[in-house]
Design a binder for this molecule. Sequence first.
Ligand code: ADP
Ligand code: MG
Length: 247
Amino acid sequence: MTMIQVDGLHKSFGELSVLRGVSLEIKKNQVVAIIGPSGSGKSTLLRSLIHLEQVNGGSIRIGDDYLVRDGAYGSGTEIKRMTARMGMVFQHFHLFPHLTVRGNLELAPRHAARKQETADVRRNSLELLQKVGLSDKAEVYPSRLSGGQKQRVAIARALMMKPELLLFDEPTSALDPELTGEVLKVIRELALERMTMVIVTHEMSFAREVADQIIFMDKGEVIETGTPGELFGNPQQARTRAFLGLA
Ligand code: ADP
Ligand code: MG
């Protein structure tokens, strides 16, 4: 079952064409890893999926609804309804520094259009902190946490809104190497629960292990798509081989 269908996506920043006809499919309950050189448009693509960027052309269909169809967006209410189905985790965590860990988790659900009960929000936040191994940090401020702990809070926060799809933009790139493992472990557990995820990453061995589908992007285009076995084991395109150091 298709969760997201992207067709012919175009995005420019002024003169700079960053996405040049990107098409891809994200299936429900699958993990898609996006790899590619810096500047190839990976972040812009993720940000477009959750409407942090507005595209100039092409379509994004989420389930049965179009976020954007042939470059035309629906109403703000429609856009909100669709982006509410997704959560995003950023390279630099983006936690609210003035709120405790629990405050970070509970802010959005308390303010959501359909308000969740306070008791439910609290129970949910404590459960999710346990899930990411941070039960003891609920009342601590982000400045007191390591990078790995911050990122685990960011993942728990994204899960609070019960997203159908989680987007990760280089979730371990800002971390010291010894802290990446604890974040990858959480993502790996979500994959085992069949959470639908799109992960932009430079961690090739992790992508290979956890992803059902790998997308290689270069210069605003999808160059090659395949299973990890196909893409890492037998890349068809010269640019893919060069990126993987196989050329
Ligand atoms: P990646 O995530 O693959 O490194 P990005 O999507 O971040 O690539 O960026 C693709 C290109 O778009 C880069 O050349 C980058 O400098 C440019 N870019 C990204 N965001 C903006 C922006 N807000 N304004 C202008 N240029 C941008
Ligand atoms: Mg990026």
